[in-house]
Ligand binder design. Sequence first.
Ligand SMILES: CCCCCCCCC/C=C/C(=O)SCCNC(=O)CCNC(=O)[C@H](O)C(C)(C)COP(=O)(O)OP(=O)(O)OC[C@H]1O[C@@H](n2cnc3c(N)ncnc32)[C@H](O)[C@@H]1OP(=O)(O)O
Ligand SMILES: NC(=O)C1=CN([C@@H]2O[C@H](COP(=O)(O)OP(=O)(O)OC[C@H]3O[C@@H](n4cnc5c(N)ncnc54)[C@H](OP(=O)(O)O)[C@@H]3O)[C@@H](O)[C@H]2O)C=CC1
Length: 303
Amino acid sequence: MSSAPAGTRPDPNDPSRPKRGLQPDDLAARDTIYRPDLLAGQVLLISGGGSGMGRAAATLAARLGADVAICGRNEEKLAATRDHIAAVTGRDILVQPMSIRDPEAVDGLMDAVWSRFGRIDTLVNNAGGQFPQDAIDFSRKGWLAVIDTNLNGSWWMMQAAATRWRDADAPGNIVNIVANVERGMPQAAHTCAARAGVIYLSKTLATEWAPHRIRVNCIGPGVIETEGFGVYPEEALKRFHKANPMKSRGDAWDVAEMIAYLASPAARFITGDLLVIDGGQAQWGVVWPGGMPDYFDEGGAFA
Ligand SMILES: CCCCCCCCC/C=C/C(=O)SCCNC(=O)CCNC(=O)[C@H](O)C(C)(C)COP(=O)(O)OP(=O)(O)OC[C@H]1O[C@@H](n2cnc3c(N)ncnc32)[C@H](O)[C@@H]1OP(=O)(O)O
Ligand SMILES: NC(=O)C1=CN([C@@H]2O[C@H](COP(=O)(O)OP(=O)(O)OC[C@H]3O[C@@H](n4cnc5c(N)ncnc54)[C@H](OP(=O)(O)O)[C@@H]3O)[C@@H](O)[C@H]2O)C=CC1
């Protein structure tokens, strides 16, 4: 299969496509390995908490006793998540519609969380995304959209959280959701550049901010089935699991449990690290999120 030509964009809301990702009822029912009060007294701010991994992490954190704040651009998704978490846990989470690309909106978000909960213990930078395209065809606007979201947006959030921790003389903890970049990411070069930037930014900040008692780590998910898969063509999705030797996809709960671990006291001595959750993808293969080009496909040998 050739990669999708520039301009053909799958509609993530196409009703004829299968519904993907864990639904709210799944998140309420899934077992957790953690004790029920693991995060009691803690405050977690999770960006992109209205869907996918962010919603799973928000639900798990609330189930483990944390106060939770989530943000994203789509108010409806945020409100639905708030209502569901309230029904499942009785906890009233804070939701704030905003874009992480806007540094003023990021400041407003941080102020809102401090004002409501009086602290932030863990910031989870999960909001982000990209679209599949051969790099040679990137438009300027498309390149900027991905870099501005995944790299700049993550940075605005980290800096805004850290200045408040420093000013309050409070410890802090940052978890950045990145991606599996070490072998490169064909058809996702923009996000590969942005995520690699976040990984090395995080390693640097972990050292610079250690005197402020701020830890900074990244999680690198491989292929994790979420509703975010809607930006990829159906044909390409058929092969996603072949990018790892386990020949399978993770789900949002797998990542949520890793986030809860990094938010817990068990992770107090971990900083500057990249925790990978990818079924072995890092030492195995690459994903072709737009469809494998004929040059590599050799008549369907890899199909
Ligand atoms: C990590 C795993 C890696 C991929 C490789 C591995 C896959 C493994 C599994 C999956 C990993 C996932 O991350 S799944 C999760 C994915 N979730 C998401 O990606 C959701 C969030 N994504 C987005 O919101 C968008 O993709 C993103 C571009 C980042 C932001 O979009 P916005 O509409 O807000 O941005 P705008 O500023 O309006 O600019 C949009 C411009 O982007 C370009 N653009 C947008 N979609 C385009 C498309 N399909 N083809 C060409 N170009 C496109 C055009 O130039 C658009 O301009 P116009 O022409 O004027 O419109
Ligand atoms: N699923 C996977 O296999 C992998 C995913 N990732 C990354 O993990 C993260 C979560 O993805 P996933 O759960 O799969 O997919 P989703 O598409 O469900 O999650 C992305 C979230 O980011 C939010 N978001 C996007 N742009 C902005 C913005 N400018 N400001 C605020 N919020 C924003 C979206 O909310 P809204 O639309 O309301 O703004 C959405 O809730 C993303 O960064 C993704 O790229 C990385 C590797 C693999």
